[in-house]
Design a protein around this ligand. Structure first.
Ligand SMILES: N[C@@H](CCC(=O)N[C@@H](CS)C(=O)NCC(=O)O)C(=O)O
Length: 215
């Protein structure tokens, strides 16, 4: 059995869990998935048993605990250098890190108003101007990267930057936030991944409703 354990929450909603999970799957890195269900009633108190921040995802590698999705992805890139989790070209790596950090620390309006939801039916909702601003910036990133790399992923092959933007594909689609051809092109590549389909199917099959994530 693999030493690596990735602790995640509900696949229907947990966008941060999706990021390292999809990177591990796409890169064929063996790991044990450990599920810890959201519990709104207690403020997910039980996450404190394994997570220093009381949040998921958390990666365990033997005695080592790594938290924060981007730090987990960086750790995996260090541990598995042959998996090309970051692009091969140094300048591509620099841009991939820039946009991954931009995703990790930004796009607050999109994240707050349009929660990831695999089960949701595609339907527009009223969103603030700042959501549209977030979406415009994301499309600009995707357009620049895909034009330079030729796709299908941001730097050609799937890398950490794609893992970071994966949940956004769900958000833009489910809340009908753009019909730009770049979105269609990138979403088609992402949603055709066997790993995406596995996550989505599992998320849709979950019976639990998290009210605060039902926009
Ligand atoms: N910055 C963190 C965010 C993690 C995060 O907010 N995870 C959510 C689930 S998607 C969570 O654990 N929420 C529980 C809480 O906030 O108490 C990361 O990148 O991993």
């Amino acid at each position: 059995m693999s030493e690596l354990q990735l602790i995640i929450a509900n696949k229907n909603y947990s966008s941060w869990s999706l990021r390292p999970w999809i990177a591990l799957k796409v890169k064929g890195i063996e790991f044990e998935e450990v599920f810890s269900q959201f519990d709104e009633a207690t403020g997910h108190k039980h996450f404190a048993e394994f997570s220093p921040t009381k949040k998921v995802p958390v990666l365990k590698d033997g005695e080592l605990t790594v938290w924060e999705s981007l730090a987990i992805l960086e750790y995996l890139a260090d541990k598995f250098p042959d998996a090309d989790l970051w692009p091969v070209e140094q300048s591509d790596r620099a841009i991939a890190r820039s946009i991954s950090n931009e995703m990790h620390g930004g796009f607050m309006s999109l994240r707050a108003e349009c929660p990831m939801n695999m089960r949701r039916k595609e339907e527009a909702i009223n969103v603030s101007d700042s959501v549209h601003k977030d979406v415009r910036r994301i499309i600009e990133i995707w357009r620049d990267c895909l034009a330079k790399s030729g796709g299908p992923f941001l730097f050609g092959e799937f890398c950490i930057a794609d893992a970071m933007f994966a949940p956004v594909v769900n958000r833009i689609t489910k809340y009908q936030l753009s019909d730009d051809s770049v979105v269609q092109q990138y979403s088609s590549a992402m949603t055709a991944l066997p790993a995406w389909l596995e996550w989505e199917e599992a998320g849709k099959a979950e019976p639990w409703i998290v009210e605060e994530d039902e926009a």
